[in-house]
Ligand binder design. Structure first.
Ligand SMILES: [Mg+2]
Length: 380
């Protein structure tokens, strides 16, 4: 029987040239950190995961050594309990799914139900660029074959956000799908200002409806369930409300479903609840007639894990568009996926497809990983 022999955790930092001016960060990002988790069994097979920094895992490593890697239900429960005491170690669970797939000779999307091996991507931008640069980005998104694009709000003046949206709408035409992320549920450690209230979010929602936006993401504080429910009821079929990317517990999502807070549920398997837990939640979400489409902002291993999860469990019907972080010139598939030998890209019609390769089907660029090895997981 296969048993887990060792777990290796390494940090890497790749220079971002030019630095990436992320909309949610106060300074341009000069380095892109990636933490890799490798789970190796006694027969030399290796599963890999990435996404969160694995803070706090060291004290719990022994809970996995000598165990059957295929006991995914048990491992998911232990990682959930580690999150109760220490950090979010869900990349460990992704590595276990990759290893389990290699042991069973099956791709993860099949192990999770096999609903589909592909999803359509939306280009997710991450900056507040000057208007002419934003318009050029929108043209690049359309020309690359993406069917949809997400913009970031949060400039100092709301009228500048609206002007950016109007310019992109005019460039791409009425038929192109647009989403807007308001990022009111997301906080960097130093962000202590109050998020929007319901009145402000409702005002912004009316502007998004005027510009034919598909979904409004994180319009309110992530725990403001009454506000989200009221906004969602008010906007009705005119605008979808999205959120939950950093919500940590299944019971919170079930409460949001019960109150009809959101139309689009966005937990990320490498940040919360994991592949097994989210495969169940994804089915609950779609059984309520809602969409399940994870946050994927991070490196390509996390994006691929969420692609397996979502394609395998609910497919394109439950997830019409999956987030594909794309904001050149800084944030290209090559920069984003530097731990991988080959970056994940879309086809001409915007589809992301998975193969029959066992596990996650990813190949690491070991040389680049050696060159980018460091002892921290910071952006500067
Ligand atoms: Mg978001």
């Amino acid at each position: 029987m296969s048993v887990i022999e060792r777990i290796e955790i390494t940090h890497h930092q790749q220079p971002l040239e030019p630095p990436f001016p992320a909309a949610w960060d106060s300074q341009p990002r000069r380095l892109f950190p990636a933490t890799l988790v490798r789970v190796i069994d006694n027969e030399g097979r290796e599963g890999v995961g990435s996404g969160d920094a694995m803070y706090g895992f060291e004290d719990f490593r022994s809970l996995f050594i000598g165990r059957d890697p295929l006991d995914l239900e048990r491992h998911s429960g232990v990682i959930d309990n580690i999150g109760f005491h220490a950090g979010r170690c869900w990349p460990m669970e992704v590595a276990l799914w990759d290893l389990a797939g290699k042991i069973r000779g099956e791709p993860v999307w099949r192990m999770l139900g096999g609903t589909s091996n592909r999803l359509r991507a939306y280009a997710s931008s991450g900056t507040h660029r000057p208007l002419e640069q934003l318009v050029a980005l929108a043209e690049q998104v359309r020309d690359a074959g993406f069917p949809a694009m997400k913009l970031r709000f949060g400039r100092p003046r709301l009228e500048d956000d609206i002007a950016a949206l109007a310019a992109v709408r005019q460039t791409l035409g009425e038929a192109f799908t647009l989403m807007v992320d308001c990022n009111q549920g997301w906080r960097m450690p130093w962000d202590v200002q109050a998020p929007w209230d319901l009145a402000k979010a409702s005002e912004v929602a009316e502007e998004l409806i005027r510009h034919n936006v598909l979904w409004m993401e994180e319009p309110l504080y992530r725990g403001d369930y009454p506000g989200m429910a009221a906004l969602n009821a008010h906007t009705g079929d005119r605008l979808k409300i999205a959120g939950g990317e950093m919500t940590r517990e299944p019971y919170e999502f079930h409460e949001m479903l019960r109150r009809d807070c959101l139309d689009v549920y966005q937990p990320d398997a490498v940040c919360s609840i994991g592949m097994l837990g989210l495969s169940r939640l994804a089915r609950d979400v779609t059984a309520h007639g809602k969409w399940f489409t994870p946050h994927t902002w991070g490196n390509g291993i996390g994006l691929i894990a969420n692609l397996h999860l979502t394609a395998g469990t609910v497919g394109p019907e439950g997830c019409p568009y999956l987030e594909f972080p794309f904001d050149p010139p800084e944030w290209t598939p090559e920069a984003r996926d530097y731990p991988l030998a080959t970056p994940l890209t879309i086809d001409d019609a915007g589809w992301l497809s998975l193969s029959e390769a066992p596990g996650l089907g990813v190949m690491l660029d070991e040389r680049r990983l050696r060159d980018t090895r460091t002892d921290r997981a910071t952006y500067r």
